[in-house]
Design a protein around this ligand. Structure first.
Ligand code: BGC
Length: 766
């Protein structure tokens, strides 16, 4: 028997404090030399970003010269975004448009424009790029290798279309299961989110953030801060998050990415605690620019400056909104359909309502980004050099990520893997659609163009037909593909499916959601649709085993379906190779190793995260009403089964009594006791037993995925600085209190003791 030693350092904890400003003389000299020649109008133009459609003619599919003269020549606009006319271009088409923009920008001001696109899971706005599983799936792999692979592919393929800037990664802690953007980020946990997002950031940007080469892009980490926890679950609606929690949990991934070199950041559209984020001086300027000493650039989200007066009513008009936003710390205004912000900025400066020094600071940050991207020297570059575009290596990584991301939630009586000759009925609305496999931000904003571009990939039905010999397909329910109608379902009689089920050995029912993105994805009811529940009920009358496949961007409540299913697999949004991965997993060619990166709710009114406060879960308090606040979720964060069995033993630590500046090294043995090789993500949790602020029931502190052959045992070492066990107190300071901590991994647990309280000033714990 082989013993493997694996040493892991929890990525976030290991980062030593450093200034996030990397002073680089050549970069700064260039910035200053450009800045000193600029007029106020030119500076204002740099601070505004418009949509390509403002200068693009969708009939001739070209850039319109007089529009370019106006927006770039006259208004000095310094940045563009989006794809032409909402359709999905290829890199050659983007190259054509961007070359025209760059030529005009360089002629007019000698300053290149900067072009940004939402490349969310791969270069997902190009027709033929490599599409990866969405971030929520990458999180479920618990394997940062895939965040690195996706980042590498995004950096490379995005550049192939002359675009040097991507509005990703997304790192909103998804803490409300109904929120329609859950799938865009790496789940509900701050550590998982931080490790994955900072890994992706490094991979997109490459090694040297002062000299990004032509195979990497700048990131725009988003959406700062607290976007993923709207109280109502509806997109762009207010969140109410106490400051200690903002600092301790929501800030963590942004801080990790900024320390990893992130060059720009996009702001949350909504408000926190009554202050729209676009107006929040403390969180934008103090936390980011001052405390972290970050020299990167802050861009608004889509038209959000306007929302300060049209939606949030904290400004009386547009000019007032711009004043508030820029003074709060906004550097670039994404103002898709108007250039009047440039004039308003100039007026505000002339009236003394925005200081010239604030404008210079914003423009420096924008110019710095352009210099770091090499755009002054090469506003366009050789489009022929991208010979690896859409290559096998990227596609393989996408397939492997899908395999490691799909989560086996239930497998009663070992109904899976399926016998290759079983008679299989495939049914349900998600069985034969590429659109649902990919989700939003795929070929178009709402993901509705998958029919056209996803053609060459396999739907679940197609992949199962290739893998198994005896497959019958009766959809019973299908989605309305009309634009904006994603929630509508067409239902036919269930009888044909039920009849076919009677003649089958097993039913694979593919359920979930059609695609959506942002506000159009809002829902009033987190239950899975009534039609889908009714279909499973009808099928269950046959007594045949049901394998339920959940293909969804957020956990829809499936309590009744789960009861009737022998197996449940949550494939979330696994991308173009997601169905191939599923077929290989169902047949047993591949083994499951994904784990949930979020808590799967059981009831619509009982939405929890795994790190709930201890007092949220109370046993019955006897009295007139027998008050009961028992935690009851469908599946816990970190849940995920495998065809292998893993046994944990001998959790040990290098010191049971520790000081706040110690490094703690935990070891745990994990053994594969089955006859199948498999992978296991070892998750190390801590629980603060008594604290002056009500403690979280547990927190993930480190994780590592190991691969084990049958009978193999590994000693997994997980190392974290003791300071990682601190929490943020009500005074907003990091605090590690004297007392006991329970540390657990698998079914193993030990208690360790902190011998002295320590409080840190500032955002860092060194
Ligand atoms: C979204 C952002 C996106 C931006 C630009 C907004 O509606 O909230 O995530 O980056 O549009 O497309």
């Amino acid at each position: 028997m082989k013993t493997t030693d694996i040493l892991i350092v929890a990525a976030v904890g290991a980062i030593a404090f450093c200034s996030c400003k990397v002073t680089n003389d050549p970069v700064e000299k260039k910035v200053e030399s450009v800045l000193k020649t600029m007029s106020l109008e030119e500076k204002a133009g740099q601070m505004v970003q418009i949509n390509l459609d403002m200068v693009y003619d969708q009939y001739t599919q070209t850039v319109i010269t007089d529009k370019l003269d106006y927006f770039v020549g006259e208004k000095k606009i310094g940045s563009f975004l989006n794809v032409p006319g909402g359709h999905c271009p290829d890199p050659a088409e983007m190259t054509k448009f961007i070359s025209a923009l760059q030529q005009k920008s360089m002629e007019t001001m000698g300053i290149p424009t900067i072009y940004g696109l939402d490349m969310i899971h791969g270069s997902s706005y190009y027709a033929d790029a490599t599409i990866f599983p969405q971030e929520v799936n990458i999180a479920a792999t618990f394997n940062p290798e895939f965040a690195a692979a996706m980042g590498k592919s995004i950096g490379y393929e995005t550049r192939a279309g002359m675009v040097p800037w991507t509005f990703s990664p997304v790192m909103d802690l998804s803490r409300n299961a109904a929120w329609p953007r859950n799938w865009e980020s790496y789940g509900e946990d701050p550590l998982l989110q931080s490790v994955m997002a900072s890994t992706e950031t490094r991979a997109i940007q490459g090694e040297d953030r002062n000299n990004i080469d032509q195979f990497h892009c700048a990131v725009s980490i988003k959406h700062y801060l607290g976007y993923g926890a709207p109280a109502t679950g509806k997109d762009r609606t207010p969140a109410y998050i106490d400051y200690p929690t903002l600092r301790e949990k929501y800030f963590a991934p942004f801080k990790a990415c900024i320390e990893a070199g992130a060059l720009s950041l996009m702001v949350n559209s909504a408000s926190i605690n009554g202050i729209p984020m676009h107006a929040n001086y403390e969180l934008l300027t103090k936390w980011l620019k001052e405390e972290l000493d970050w020299d990167g650039m802050i861009v608004t989200d889509w038209a959000d400056i306007n929302n300060l007066y049209t939606r949030e009513y904290i400004a009386k008009d547009k000019k007032d909104a711009i004043r508030i936003g820029i003074n709060a710390g906004i550097d670039m205004i994404m103002e898709p359909y108007d250039a009047d912000a440039t004039d308003l900025i100039c007026e505000l400066v002339r009236e003394g309502k925005i200081k010239k020094s604030r404008i210079d600071d914003a423009v420096r940050r924008i110019l710095r980004l352009k210099v770091r991207l090499g755009l002054f020297d090469a506003p366009v570059w050789d489009a022929q050099q991208y010979t690896e575009y859409g290559c096998r290596e990227f596609a393989d990584a996408s397939y492997r990520a899908a395999v490691e991301s799909e989560v086996l939630l239930k497998n009663e009586n070992k109904v899976l893997p399926l016998n290759r000759n079983s008679r299989i009925l495939v049914t349900g609305p998600n069985a034969n659609t590429m659109r649902a496999l990919n989700g939003g931000w795929t070929y178009s904003w709402q993901g509705s163009d998958n029919l056209e571009y996803g053609e060459r990939f396999n739907t679940i039905l197609e992949a199962l037909q290739k893998e198994f010999t005896n497959v019958t397909y009766i959809p019973a329910i299908s989605y309305d593909e009309a634009y904006g109608q994603w929630q509508n379902e067409f239902v036919s009689s269930f009888e044909p499916a039920v009849a076919a089920a009677r003649n089958s050995d097993v039913i694979v029912v593919c359920l979930g959601e059609n695609t959506y993105c942002e506000t159009p994805g809002n829902i009033d009811d987190i239950n899975i649709s009534e039609n889908q529940t009714a279909l499973v009920k009808a099928l269950s009358s046959t007594g045949k085993p049901i394998v339920t496949i959940l293909n969804e961007g957020r956990p829809r409540v499936v309590r009744e379906i789960e009861r009737l299913s022998s197996a449940v697999v949550d494939i979330m949004l696994p991308g173009n190779y997601g169905a191939d991965a599923l077929a290989d997993l169902l047949s047993g060619d591949e083994n499951f190793s994904g784990k949930l990166p979020f808590t799967y709710p059981k009831y619509p009114n009982s939405i929890h995260t795994y790190d709930y406060k201890v007092s949220e879960n109370q046993t019955t308090m006897e009295g007139a009403y027998n008050y009961d606040a028992k935690m009851d979720v469908q599946w816990e964060f970190g849940h995920g089964l495998s065809y292998s069995n893993f046994e944990y033993s001998d959790l040990t630590v290098n010191r049971t009594c520790f000081k706040t500046d110690d490094t703690l090294e935990f070891c745990v043995k994990v053994r594969n006791t089955s006859g199948r090789s498999g992978k296991e993500s070892v998750l190390l949790y801590s629980s603060d037993m008594v604290a002056s602020r009500v403690p979280d029931v547990r927190r993930l502190r480190a994780f590592e995925k190991v691969s084990l052959e049958p009978g193999e045992e590994a000693v997994v070492k997980l190392r974290i600085p003791a300071s990682e066990l601190a929490f943020v107190g009500t005074d907003c300071k990091w605090t590690l209190e004297e007392g006991d901590f329970r540390i657990s991994a698998g079914n193993q647990a030990i208690t360790i003791h902190c011998n002295k309280t320590k409080i840190w000033e500032g955002p860092n714990r060194q």
